[in-house]
Ligand binder design. Structure first.
Ligand code: FES
Ligand code: FE
Length: 420
């Protein structure tokens, strides 16, 4: 390893501190691509982004461009957007509907399930009429699986199933879907992209860092006047949880249950969303609907790249050791048009071009990225709340919402993946 060759990965991760080089060492980043991004299950997209056969949309696994496509038989495929001829990107449109992809460089043509259909000027290829084209298709991501419409891909031929990878964290995705009267979410609002000059792991850790909001987001908490600030105060009853496999949560339900007001999690009231409340009551019965509307959607980080921030869905994409793109969209709930309209408005207000929520976080990411390159001290301290951490009834580690239980869980899993 370049900067600190005397330390291997295991030496750089201790129970309550990590070495700064993990965030800026180029060689470690390359190792992460191999051992994490091109191996474990990575969230790619949502089934609702491809409503019709032959729909496609550009996605990624780490820095690699991926075409997510619903082929002509209706099956979702993840194809590498790389021509087997000379490596050109075959698909240049962000999304669309196509039975065939034609490479813009020398016009090889592929079925939307990846198979090579034909060469341009075929006479130049020996035995072209009978040539075996099966080895010259677009490469496929070998394992594709979905859970409740969330589509994941793994570049490894073998490994744990998606269910095993998600483990107890799958329940958080169930909770997202439960907020819809039809039990399904939709990803149809379009994505904003935010680029930050920072290592991807700062973002993953920050998503369930309940310590910073009181300070970094004090300006938005001040103007929003929605009571969010109290959720992250020293007195909060909210919890930080480590589900294992790197998945983490800030569980705000204890605070919402204490308040006992439906839709407070969304900063609104039942009177403002009468259609939604009526649909929920019809779907789940009044008692259960009320509970669901009090609990709200989770604040959940599915390792390594899917973050559900109550009203938004984020996808974290590392592009270089010190550069990360966050793709963000408003969650949309099937059968809830009045809720969805507000979801889009709040998303534009908080993480849109003029919103300060993500701008404030990004400023922290970039300053931290610059800070960790300093010599002495080279370590980052992650010991907050270690002494008051305990196991909940399901055996998951929990602590106060402002504690660093999630970060410690993320690093435990990181170490296991990097040393596997
Ligand atoms: Fe695609 Fe040549 S690079 S056809
Ligand atoms: Fe934040």
């Amino acid at each position: 390893m370049s900067a600190n060759s005397h330390l291997d990965i295991g030496d750089r991760i201790q129970s309550n501190r990590v070495h700064g080089s993990l965030y800026h060492d180029e060689q470690i980043f390359q190792e992460e691509l191999e051992r994490i991004w091109f191996k474990t299950w990575v969230y790619v997209g949502h089934e609702s982004e491809l409503p019709n056969n032959n729909d496609f949309i550009m996605k990624s696994i780490g820095p690699q461009p991926i075409i997510m496509v619903r082929d002509k038989s209706g099956e979702i495929q993840l194809l590498q957007n790389r021509c087997p001829h000379r490596g050109n990107q075959v698909c240049v449109k962000q999304k669309g509907n196509a039975k065939l992809f034609t490479c813009p460089y020398h016009s090889w043509t592929f079925a939307n399930s990846g198979e090579l259909m034909g060469f341009a000027f075929p006479e130049g290829y020996e035995g072209h009429e009978t040539a075996d084209k099966s080895k010259l298709g677009l490469a496929k991501v070998p394992r594709v699986a979905s859970y409740r419409g969330f589509v994941f891909g793994s570049m490894a031929e073998e490994g744990p199933s998606l269910e095993d990878h998600l483990g107890g964290a799958a329940e958080m995705l169930d909770r997202v879907c439960l907020t819809s009267p039809e039990g399904e979410i939709e990803v149809t609002a379009g994505f904003l992209q935010h680029k930050t000059r920072s290592n991807w792991k700062f973002l993953v850790e920050n998503e369930t860092d309940g310590y910073h909001p009181a300070f970094v987001h004090s300006s938005i908490f001040g103007v929003a006047d929605s009571g969010i600030g109290a959720l992250y105060s020293n007195k909060s009853t909210a919890l930080a949880r480590d589900y294992g496999n790197g998945h983490t949560e800030i569980d705000l339900r204890p605070e919402f249950r204490k308040a006992d007001v439906p839709l407070q999690w969304f900063g609104t009231t039942a009177e403002r969303l009468p259609d939604y409340v009526a649909s929920m009551n019809a779907a789940y019965g009044e008692k259960r609907a009320r509970e669901i509307m009090i609990d709200g959607t989770p604040h959940a980080m599915i390792y390594p790249n899917l973050f559900i921030a109550e009203i938004q869905l984020f996808v974290i994409q590392p592009v270089a050791v010190n550069e990360t793109v966050q793709h963000v969209t408003a969650l949309q709930f099937k059968g809830a048009p009045d809720l969805n309209r507000r979801m889009r408005q709040q998303t534009m207000g908080s993480v849109g071009p003029a919103g300060f929520l993500l701008a404030d976080d990004s400023e922290m990411y970039e300053r931290t990225q610059r800070g960790v390159q300093s010599k002495n001290p080279e370590w980052l301290f992650l010991g907050r709340g270690e002494q008051r951490e305990y196991r909940d009834d399901d055996g998951f580690r929990v602590s106060h919402a402002t504690d660093e239980t999630p970060s410690r869980g993320i690093w435990r899993h990181y170490r296991a993946l990097m040393e596997a």
